[in-house]
Design a protein around this ligand. Structure first.
Ligand SMILES: *[C@@H]1O[C@H](CO)[C@@H](O)[C@H](O)[C@H]1NC(C)=O
Ligand SMILES: *[C@@H]1O[C@H](CO)[C@@H](O)[C@H](O)[C@H]1NC(C)=O
Ligand SMILES: *[C@@H]1O[C@H](CO)[C@@H](O)[C@H](O)[C@H]1NC(C)=O
Length: 586
């Protein structure tokens, strides 16, 4: 797979490249034929029904003006609406049994199955091989050609995952560590505040209270993909001490976990999602596979977390490029649309999904060299209308200043500015992503804001380079530069929309606490609310643009301007305004 890790490391003066936006499906080498009795696990996504009703129901339940606001559905109720008729589920199951599959788990609109290699080969008209990764000594079993859905069940099956795709394995981080016994001040780079950002920087900037009356049921989940499966519990203790924040309570771990070799993305997500959410329950979810595997498992999970942050993404049109996702034989658009349905189910269950808007500006990971052929690209899930897309800002010189007394601030200069601009290269090590989706039409809830933006005096790329009638992203932003984390016992400084997405996750979990304390439903799918709450709930970010990636500057991109823009969305949150609005809702 080729999803990127949205994280850049900066340490002292030294910038190191993005950790893993390197395509490495060709690093898998085909080896010998798979053992005929090796067991393969795969998923069959069944064709669904009534998707128009699912969408209108979700839009109604998430609209603060609707009498049905917050009337979330259970997964079973949703499946009663959209799953294929039971008779068709059984047809597929009977076929799978007849051909020799086992461990058949019927999720009504998806069937999880195991089968021997010999059965898989016959069923999907493929040859299965072992593939060896050159770096990690990992071995997996996959087909040498695309699967073909058997004719007996072809009319009922949308796509199959787990047969043909090769996963992406990320490169190990190369970070320079901060020596905590040293007093160091990073010289000012460009116009950004050289100080490090710690939880209290964020709490001060957005007015997030500490010691919030947290509800024990409030939760935030950090979802990790590829082989990112670890943070270290000892690091959480050091982080709490150094930043003077409560110890983070990770009480749900889903998927493979290995705390011995902490990963920077996971560490960042847990430390900042957890610190802002304070005493909320923190989930850490590692995914084998990509968005379909995660979204279908989350929708079927019980209990489930109320807020999920995903600091991962890759251009929408590249979802089906060999190796990224699980849609061989299908198209990227088809894959995106299917996962979007899973996201709608999740939103209608009362779960808020957040995704990073990307770290390569408007050029994105589809045009990181700023080529002019297709100069702009998008990101998935960050451009999906069914997630809240989160961009990044950075602190720049300001007239007011903030002083932090956390222990780390006596050794390392902490940020003191209180003014934000677009997080962009070269002042920061990343440029926040933003633009217009390739596939999803502009939703009603953002029409007014985006039309006003399109009519503004901001400069726009030529219209052939972006789809002006589609979903604009991001929706909201938060700081994404110079975050201090503790990974493997050492301080590290990181940049990215990977920083801002978990922070918004923490904020939403605090708002959910208020709701739960008052027996109100969780906030769930958040976007209609974000666009209705009004401009007083945001600090509007009006300085900067997203033309540059870490390696070049494009002629094309988007500019921040007054009101909504496809760089920082509506702006950064003012917590007390959000709380007041949420208090007034049913
Ligand atoms: C294969 O992995 C190496 C690092 O081990 C990396 O430098 C290279 O770019 C990868 N190849 C591809 C095609 O991604
Ligand atoms: C960290 O700083 C201390 C005090 O300046 C020094 O003694 C120690 O060698 C440094 N460690 C590293 C790894 O640079
Ligand atoms: C823009 O996206 C819409 C889907 O929202 C699609 O129907 C249309 O063809 C796209 N236009 C262009 C120029 O790609």
């Amino acid at each position: 797979m080729k999803q990127i890790l949205l994280l850049i490391l900066l340490s002292c003066l030294l910038a190191v490249p993005t950790l893993s936006n390197v395509r490495d499906s060709s690093n898998w080498t085909r080896s010998q034929k798979a053992n005929p009795d090796h067991i393969v696990e795969f998923r069959m996504a069944l064709k669904q029904r009534n998707l128009d009703v699912l969408e209108s129901t979700l839009l109604d339940a998430s609209n603060p003006k609707s009498p049905n606001y917050g009337k979330w559905w259970t997964n079973d109720q949703i499946l009663d609406l959209i799953a294929p008729e039971q008779e068709n589920q059984l047809k597929v199951i009977n076929y799978l049994k007849s051909i020799g599959c086992f461990n058949i788990e019927n999720r009504r609109d998806m069937i999880k199955v195991s089968a021997d290699v010999s059965v898989v080969e016959k069923m999907f008209s493929v040859r299965m091989y072992t593939y060896v990764h050159n770096r990690k000594d990992q071995i997996i079993v996959r087909s040498s050609t695309d699967y073909i859905i058997p004719s007996e069940i072809k009319s009922l099956v949308h796509m199959v995952t787990g047969i043909s795709e090769l996963p992406h394995l990320k490169h190990g981080p190369k970070a320079h560590k901060i020596n905590l016994s040293d007093i160091r001040v990073k010289p000012q780079v460009g116009k950004s505040d050289p100080g490090i950002v710690i939880p209290s920087t964020i709490q001060n900037l957005y007015g997030i209270p500490t010691g919030f009356d947290n509800n024990p049921d409030s939760s935030v989940c950090l979802a990790e993909f590829s082989d990112d499966q670890s943070f270290n519990k000892a690091d959480l203790k050091t982080f709490a001490t150094q930043t003077a924040t409560p110890l983070i309570n990770v009480d749900h771990i889903v998927g493979p976990f290995d705390g011995s070799n902490p990963d920077l993305e996971s560490t960042l997500d847990v430390q900042y999602g957890g610190a802002v959410a304070e005493t909320a329950s923190v989930w850490f979810w590692t995914v084998k596979g990509w968005m379909y595997e995660f979204a279908s498992d989350l929708a079927a999970s019980s209990p489930f977390p109320y807020v999920v942050s995903m600091s991962w993404g890759w251009p929408e049109p590249l979802q089906c490029e060999s190796g990224i996702a699980n849609c061989k034989g299908g198209t990227s658009e088809d894959y995106v649309n299917r996962v979007n349905v899973e996201f709608q189910k999740i939103g209608l269950m009362g779960i808020t999904l957040l995704a990073a808007s990307g770290d390569q500006g408007a050029p994105g990971d589809g045009a990181p060299d700023c080529s002019t052929k297709n100069p702009l690209s998008t990101i998935f899930p960050g451009a999906s209308p069914w997630v809240t897309s989160v961009g990044a800002t950075m602190l720049v010189a300001s007239s007011t200043s903030f002083t932090d007394n956390a222990p780390v601030c006596s050794k390392q200069k902490c940020a003191s500015s209180t003014t934000e601009a677009v997080c962009s290269y070269p002042d920061a090590l990343i440029t926040t992503g933003g633009g217009f989706s390739d596939y999803s039409p502009m939703p009603e809830w953002q029409q007014d804001a985006v039309q006003a933006y399109l009519k503004s005096s901001a400069a726009f790329p030529p219209h052939q380079y972006f789809n002006i009638s589609n979903r604009a992203f991001p929706d909201i932003s938060a700081l994404g530069h110079n975050y201090y984390i503790i990974a493997g016992g050492s301080g590290q400084i990181v940049d990215g929309t990977s920083c801002s997405s978990p922070v918004i996750g923490g904020i939403v979990s605090l708002l959910n606490s208020y709701r739960l304390n008052n027996k109100k439903p969780t906030l769930g799918f958040l976007n209609p609310l974000l666009y209705q709450i009004g401009s007083s709930a945001y600090t509007d970010i009006t300085t900067g643009n997203n033309y540059c990636t870490e390696s070049c500057c494009s002629k094309y991109g988007f500019q921040a301007t007054k009101g909504y823009d496809a760089v920082t969305g509506l702006g950064t949150p003012i917590f007390k305004e959000f709380l007041a609005y949420v208090q007034g809702l049913n």
